[in-house]
Design a protein around this ligand. Structure first.
Ligand code: HEM
Length: 431
């Protein structure tokens, strides 16, 4: 058994063996995803992430057109509105501080709600619980997307045992009800509005295809939320932390934004490449998804090469587990010069090593929401950095720490469904 469990990583620990990762990601039939690993993510219904073969193809065909230019415009406009609202109403009003992790979770959630499902949420806790519910939509979705891993490890019969698991269970039931209501109200709306969000595409597909059930709809709505929420939020949180630690890089970004933005104006286009370099460098250093699982569907081979260039054929028996080691690849000095340094400008080079950057995976099953994230991220960071200087909040108990200690504290993380920052207290100062 053990001999069949071959863990192939682009950079195996010790840093001496390499494979061409495209061989694995491009060969979907040879190296499919082990659907069993993902099946637990199907508790609201089958979906694009937890499927393979013809089923996956069908979901991908339905979902892909939704992430188009019109949706891009909607994401951009909604993000500008949400961050503007944040300036007006919440923590960044003038010189104030806030917890970056919580702020990032909320920004990502509000943009997803508005631009993926046409459901706006507010920074103020004034939503009110609708009569047929026990939680607001915002609380249900925040609870589920933060703690859904509990449903993955605790069996259904044990979910009633502690107050915490009962809350997660209630939030899941509530979210399910909200999702079904969203479907019903869109379907039965007297005046059909043309919307540019992925939910509309899913609904349209379901009306053309009777085999596409309401459970297919809720399963995919949920998976967009899960796949798009934490990944985006944690990347934002690490990006804020890195900019607050490396003030010279923040100043470079500020100058870049100043040179592109009309004086005092709102960002009007996505051509703020300096902002995307910061996001990419953050994703290189802190990829939310640290390993991408595949398995070998047939007896096959992979070509491996050593750091000195020698080549060898590695037999990969059918059924072998193949894990793409994202972190190992992103820190490999073979591709990235001084990989431990936060240096966004490395993405300025036209020949930056694209094949060695797999935060969004690669090949036909790569991330469908990449553009969604990039558009939102550029809008968020352009708006915030143009108006505020971001610093690590000064706290008396850490007054004597060195830069290295501060960096280790602020960038501390724990593994989870995605790589999760522990605590990032920030201070915002109006420029
Ligand atoms: C920083 C942001 C993001 C990162 C790093 C990221 C990363 C990834 C990765 C690594 C995969 C492949 C997973 C696997 O094969 O196991 C993936 C797939 C996927 N992502 Fe993202 N993602 C991000 C944002 C989003 C957003 C915003 C959405 C939706 C709005 C989204 C929706 C999806 C979906 C639906 C899939 C499955 C695609 C398929 O199997 O065809 N992601 N993402």
């Amino acid at each position: 058994m053990l001999s069949r469990l071959v863990s192939v990583t682009l950079l195996i620990l010790g840093g001496r063996i390499f494979i061409d990762i495209q061989e694995v990601t491009a060969g979907r039939a040879r190296f499919p995803k082990p659907v069993m690993v993902y099946k637990l993510l199907s508790f609201f219904g089958d979906n694009i992430v937890a499927s393979e073969g013809e089923e996956w193809k069908r979901y991908r065909k339905i979902a892909a057109p939704a992430f188009n230019d019109k949706n891009g415009k909607l994401i951009w406009n909604e993000t500008i509105r949400i961050v503007g609202d944040l300036f007006e109403n919440v923590c960044c009003k003038y010189n104030s501080s806030c917890k970056s992790d919580f702020m990032s979770l909320q920004i990502a959630l509000f943009v997803l709600g508005a631009a993926a499902f046409g459901r706006r949420m507010s920074w103020k806790d004034d939503e009110g619980i609708p009569p047929n519910h026990k939680m607001t939509f915002k609380s249900a979705i925040l609870e589920v997307s933060t703690n859904c891993f509990i449903k993955l490890i605790v069996p259904e019969w044990a979910m009633g045992i502690t107050a915490f698991t009962r809350k997660v269970r209630l939030a899941s039931e509530e979210l399910d009800r909200y999702m079904l209501e969203m479907i019903w109200s869109r379907r039965n709306a007297e005046k059909k509005e043309e919307k540019d969000d992925p939910l509309s595409n899913l609904l349209e597909a379901s009306s053309d295809d009777s085999s596409f059930t309401d459970r297919d709809l809720t399963g995919n709505i949920f998976i967009f939320l899960i796949a798009g929420h934490e990944t985006t939020a944690h990347t934002f949180c690490f990006a804020f932390a890195l900019l607050a630690l490396y003030l010279d890089q923040q100043e470079t970004l500020f100058q870049h934004i100043n040179s592109v933005l009309p004086e005092g104006g709102l960002p009007v286009s996505c051509e703020l490449r300096g902002t995307s370099w910061v996001l990419y460098e953050t994703l290189r250093m802190f990829p939310p998804v640290t390993a991408i699982p595949k398995y070998s569907a047939e007896d096959t081979t992979l070509t491996i090469s050593s750091a000195t260039g020698g080549k060898r054929i590695l037999p990969v028996p059918r059924g072998s587990y193949v894990s793409l080691n994202v972190v190992g690849l992103h820190y490999s000095p073979r591709y990235w010069k001084d990989p431990d340094e936060f240096r966004p400008a490395r993405f300025l080079e036209s020949d930056w090593p694209r094949d060695a950057f797999i935060s969004f995976s690669a090949g036909p099953q790569d991330c469908i929401g990449r553009k969604f994230f990039e558009t939102e991220g550029i809008a968020v960071f352009t708006m915030i950095v143009s108006k505020y200087e971001i610093r690590i909040k000064e706290e008396p108990q850490f007054a004597r720490e060195t830069f290295e200690e501060r960096k280790a504290r602020v960038l501390a993380l724990r593994p989870g469904i995605t790589m999760t920052p522990l605590r990032v207290p920030l201070a915002f100062k109006r420029r």
